[in-house]
Design a protein around this ligand. Structure first.
Ligand code: NAD
Length: 477
């Protein structure tokens, strides 16, 4: 079996091996991956620091060429990498390939951005003086990623970090090292100088913590849970470093009486259950007005009956397994909590056995839920959603916004008035009208508000805000 090592200062190193297990078939070992200790983490940080000065001064054509080559290889290998993704994370093959294409598009976008760096020249208020405003790299960027988008999230952090001239210490999630290793390998072969990109697979409590504790990391971009995000924030303030957090969600999807029922059902099924509900933008609160409530629940139940839960790589599978035993237990615990709180199961709620041993769970729909229940307030992060009945649009909007989170928010309606009002008043970073709450473009800003996010937006041109520092220079001619 191939042993995939960490990349530190341009060398592949590592001794301690961890198996990467397929959640669709726990007998299937995807590969063996290194798990770094504290000394390797420190070596990676030192290498990124040492490479920082010269990479910051690298030519834009060199950065463009490396990002472009990476994009091309990811696209050319989309089937193989998509398969690897689905095998290690459990989303369906179509979703795995789609996410891989997304990663390619992101590298392509930032390859272009490297050639479009701009500044401003403006007159000073003092005659005879010119002012230049430019963006410079931040320095060493620490990248910490979660397991649920094994290739897209690393791509949307690594690509802009390199584009704007930063060096990187990258720690992927323990559960899905495969795709991270693959894109680091591609970037390394594409010609990145040694030390510019360092991969340190390993435990959050060791490698991640070493990154948080290091004064030599100038910025940390983090996607993951609220608990870990708060640690990143506290440590970053201690070290006076820049940080960016993308965390949980409890995204609402509102269905109004005037909605097109099939648009509402397709959007809700996609939002709540595709990718096994393991998306930060998934909707777990379906807020439905009285007049359409019963029709919506009946149509949802019918639709859920037709969804195939099985091995992620099997043709015909609509929903793959939950990512691991811990996440499955969390989902089952919340299903029990929902029952005890008085919500009723309209569909699902049970584990499923398939040909291979895996973490299979029925898509689960609760009805008669209230927004005060724990299942409506806490992130479950599985294929579990609740229908909350409301009397009208005004109550729906109030319930939608009554949450500590604010990542994505959706509405199904044919009313221009309500759609417009919702776009303006939803307390979320992203608003979707007659579309699922999940599923975004790669060239526009991504992020949330309230308890979901902190710091500048990711992706598109807006990424420059995090990955650069602004300099204002005055010249008297
Ligand atoms: P997690 O917080 O457990 O882990 C995220 C990363 O942090 C992992 O790489 C982990 O190893 C690392 N980590 C753990 N302890 C650490 C420490 N002490 N110091 C530094 N790093 C440490 O999250 P997860 O379970 O991998 O991901 C699921 C969560 O991610 C969900 O809450 C989901 O909503 C969120 N998420 C958010 C977005 C978004 O953009 N808002 C996108 C995807 C996932």
């Amino acid at each position: 079996m191939t042993f995939h090592k960490n990349l530190i200062d341009g060398e592949w190193i590592g001794e301690s091996k961890v198996p990467n297990i397929n959640p669709s078939d726990t007998n299937d070992v995807v590969g063996e991956y290194a798990s770094a200790g504290l000394e390797e983490a420190k070596a990676a940080i030192a290498a990124a620091k040492a490479a920082s000065h010269s990479w910051a001064r690298s030519g834009i054509l060199e950065r463009h060429a490396i990002l472009r080559k990476t994009a091309d290889e990811i696209m050319a290998r989309k089937e193989e990498l998509g398969r690897l993704l689905s095998r290690e994370e459990g989303k369906t093959l179509a979703e795995g390939i789609g996410e891989t294409i997304r990663a390619g598009q992101i590298f392509d976008f930032f390859a272009g951005e490297a050639l479009r760096l701009v500044g401003e020249i403006i007159p000073s208020v003092r005659p005879g003086i010119g002012v230049e405003i430019t963006r410079e790299p931040v320095g060493v960027v620490g990248i910490i990623t979660p397991w649920n988008f094994p290739i897209a999230i690393p791509a949307w952090k690594i690509a802009p970090a390199l584009c704007y001239g930063n060096t990187i210490v990258f720690k992927p999630a323990e559960l899905v090292p495969g795709c991270s290793w693959a894109i680091v390998d591609i970037l390394h072969r594409a010609g990145l100088p040694k030390g510019v990109l360092n991969l340190v697979m390993g435990k959050g409590s060791i490698v991640g913590q070493a990154m948080l504790d290091s004064p030599d990391i100038n910025a940390i971009t983090f996607t993951g849970s609220v608990g870990t995000g708060k640690r990143v924030a506290a440590a970053s303030i201690e070290h006076n470093r820049k940080f960016q957090l993308e965390m949980g969600g409890k995204n609402p999807f509102v269905v109004l009486d005037d909605a097109d029922l099939s648009v509402a059902v397709e959007s809700a099924v996609n939002s709540s259950f595709f990718s096994t509900g393991q998306r930060c933008t998934a909707s777990s609160r379906l807020i439905v007005t009285d007049g359409i409530h019963d029709k919506f629940v009946a149509a949802m139940t019918e639709r859920l009956k037709g969804l195939v839960v099985d091995d992620a790589l099997k043709p015909g599978t609509h929903i793959g397994p939950v990512v691991d035993a811990t996440q499955l237990k969390q989902d089952m615990d919340y299903i029990e909590i929902g029952r005890q709180e008085g919500a009723k199961i309209a569909f699902g709620g049970e584990r499923l056995d398939r040909e291979t041993p895996g973490f299979y769970l029925q898509p689960t729909l609760f009805t008669e839920a209230t927004n005060a229940m724990r299942i409506s307030r806490e992130e479950i992060f599985g294929p579990v959603a609740s229908v909350i009945r409301v009397k009208d649009y005004e109550e729906a909007l109030a319930v939608a916004n009554d949450t500590p989170f604010g990542l994505s928010s959706g509405i199904a309606t044919t009313s221009l008035k309500h759609a417009t009002h919702f776009k303006r008043n939803a307390e979320a970073g992203m608003v979707m009208v007659n579309l699922p709450t999940a599923g975004v473009d790669f060239h526009v800003p991504f992020g949330g508000r309230k308890g979901s996010s902190y710091g500048p937006r990711e992706q598109g041109k807006y990424a420059a805000e995090f990955y650069t520092v602004v300099k204002t220079a005055y010249t008297q001619a």
